[in-house]
Design a protein around this ligand. Structure first.
Ligand SMILES: C[S@@+](CC[C@H](N)C(=O)[O-])C[C@H]1O[C@@H](n2cnc3c(N)ncnc32)[C@H](O)[C@@H]1O
Length: 342
């Protein structure tokens, strides 16, 4: 039986702000996901995967090594291996996801990594140079003729992890919005990115487009300073819902106290994505925090990170649609049509 031991008492994990995401993502394993190809979640994952594949291809080819922040269940491992990356380090706050990621890497036949490691870290409050927990598998003795792979235990143990080299690429896919609750958490995360990236290296990310949320809020009309929550429904069947608390709306639109590089943190919204309508199956239901890129990039410049390009999914699709192939293109069109993005 596989097991994961927590070096940190559970209550301590709950006390930290990465815990809501950890709990939610630990509950969502691949095995309990609806596998039907007709679900909205399926199309949305396909779109995300195509965007990420291309992003990784454009930025990762040429080898080097990658630090995958909030790597989840290792959904991008094959993509990184495919572009010839030699070293892979995956970090996430959710131990069950890391376990899936490690299992995935170890069962991958064509893996081209020369080395890989996984660590359990709350990127909002911990650093990678501290005493963090490493997920590893106790390998069977060398002379075991047929290693019983599925039954060997996994363990999370505190390690004195010290990165001996920096990374050519740091990636944070569909996750940076979980670290933006406060200046302290955001800056901790930016510091980690910067500290582990080599000079000239690339940081690539995908997150919610804050311009899209602002535009949709404006199109709802009414008095945006009335303190009332707003609901943005995406797709004719409300397959995706963004609930924006009145406080967040007020902070975005209050011209008397505009958002600045010092105060933009904590712009909370709730993101809900349905997998299927009937029966109603929720794929994601979590609080996230908006990242106004213009302001965030000013702060990131303090950490030596300079914004080179910013595209939303539609713009990225338009720019690269010829590179995706017919099947992938058709899938993206399906998604955009169902979300009324076209
Ligand atoms: C939508 S998933 C994305 C996973 C992966 N990057 C991908 O694209 O397939 C978001 C991931 O962020 C992780 N996460 C959320 N908050 C985090 C935090 N504070 N520190 C580290 N990981 C976090 C979650 O556990 C989850 O695995």
């Amino acid at each position: 039986m596989n097991s994961v031991q927590h070096p940190t008492p559970h209550s301590q994990i709950l006390a930290n702000q990465g815990s809501a995401a950890a709990e939610s993502y630990n509950a969502q394993t691949r095995s309990n996901r609806n596998k039907s190809h007709e679900t909205f979640g399926y199309h949305s994952r396909k779109l995300n995967n195509w965007i990420k594949s291309l992003l990784i291809h454009l930025n990762g080819k040429g080898g080097g090594n990658v630090l995958d922040l909030a790597c989840g269940n290792g959904g991008d491992v094959a993509k990184w291996s495919g572009v010839g990356v030699g070293g892979f380090v995956g970090v996430d706050v959710a131990d069950k996801r890391l376990e899936e990621a490690l299992r995935r890497v170890e069962s991958f036949r064509n893996l081209r990594f020369k080395s890989y490691k996984f660590f359990m870290v709350d990127l909002g409050s911990e650093s990678l140079s501290g005493s963090i927990s490493q997920l590893s598998k106790t390998l069977p003795p060398k002379n075991t003729p047929h290693p019983t792979l599925p039954s060997t235990p996994w363990s999370l143990t505190p390690s004195n992890f010290k990165l001996t080299q920096k990374f050519t690429t740091v990636s944070c896919q569909l996750a940076l919005h979980y670290m933006m609750q406060s200046s302290t958490r955001a800056r901790n995360c930016f510091k980690t990115i910067s500290e582990n990236l080599e000079i000239g290296g690339k940081f690539i990310l995908t997150t919610m487009d804050s311009r899209f949320v602002v535009e949709r809020l404006m199109s709802l009309g009414g008095d945006l300073l009335d303190g009332k929550d707003r609901i943005i429904n995406i797709g004719s069947e409300n397959l995706c819902t963004i609930r924006v608390p009145g406080e967040t709306v007020k902070r975005i639109f209050n011209v008397d106290e505009p958002l600045t590089r010092e105060n933009w943190y904590g712009l909370k919204y709730n993101f809900e994505l349905l997998d299927t309508l009937s029966p109603r199956e929720v794929s994601v239901h979590l609080d996230e925090w908006l990242i106004p890129i213009e302001l965030a990039s000013c702060v990131m410049e303090e950490y030596g990170l300079v914004l080179e390009e910013r595209l939303n999914f539609m713009e990225f699709f338009e720019k690269h649609k010829e590179e995706g192939g017919d099947k992938v293109r058709a899938n993206c069109w399906t998604f955009f049509r169902r979300t009324n993005a076209l």
